[in-house]
Ligand binder design. Sequence first.
Ligand SMILES: Nc1ncnc2c1ncn2[C@@H]1O[C@H](COP(=O)(O)OP(=O)(O)OP(=O)(O)O)[C@@H](O)[C@H]1O
Ligand SMILES: [Mg+2]
Length: 235
Amino acid sequence: MIEFKNIKKKFGQLEVLKGIDFEVPQGKVTAVLGPNGSGKTTLIKSLLGMVFPDSGSIHLDNYRLNGKAEYRNNIGYLPQIARFPENLTARELLKMVSSVRASNNNAGELIERFKLDEYLDKKLQHLSGGTRQKINIVMALMFDADYLILDEPTTGLDPIALRILKQLIAEQKEAGKTILVTSHILNFVEEVADEVVFLLEGHIHYQGSIEKLTSTTNTEGLESAIARLMEDQHA
Ligand SMILES: Nc1ncnc2c1ncn2[C@@H]1O[C@H](COP(=O)(O)OP(=O)(O)OP(=O)(O)O)[C@@H](O)[C@H]1O
Ligand SMILES: [Mg+2]
């Protein structure tokens, strides 16, 4: 289980997170939603130790993470924007990443699932955005980590790749993984997520199941439910 406890983060004068408290349940898919700039990536980066919160604490399996790095071995992370040396080929990148992480990996199977074979010997700079995203997804999933943190995993994917991603997420959940995902694609969220957390203006405005959200906002789907939450905020 991942627990965020009273996380606050300012960038200069900008208060991005104003006391975020929530638990990411074990073995489920939790989606963090919120408009651009609402702090989703900041929250995720705090978990990875890439952003240091001003206060609060983050626990993984009751282990306080703040400032520690070794627990990252148990996390697969897909950054929203992944940057790697452009002159490496995809194969070289995968090899490099495998060599820094001393655990077995199943990159081969994932490469096959996304049909990436023909791209492996091309330089990253020559690959399309969607193909790069598939390689990023391979790197997030290849180590069989217990926790998966996927920041906008659907970016750039075509419908076939999107279907593979959804299947992979379902399989990972079936295998007992705890998954935290962000996405603006609400029908994707409706399909994959068990729980949603809605961030707005530094606070959590909703946390719970999609069913409970649509029933409490008296709306049909996630999109209208989120629209209703935002209207209520500005009413
Ligand atoms: N390192 C930084 N320095 C200064 N400001 C930052 C930094 N990182 C993020 N911010 C600001 O914090 C706010 C939240 O950014 P964040 O990337 O967490 O949003 P997000 O919810 O992930 O948005 P998106 O939906 O666009 O991905 C934004 O206003 C952003 O400009
Ligand atoms: Mg983001």
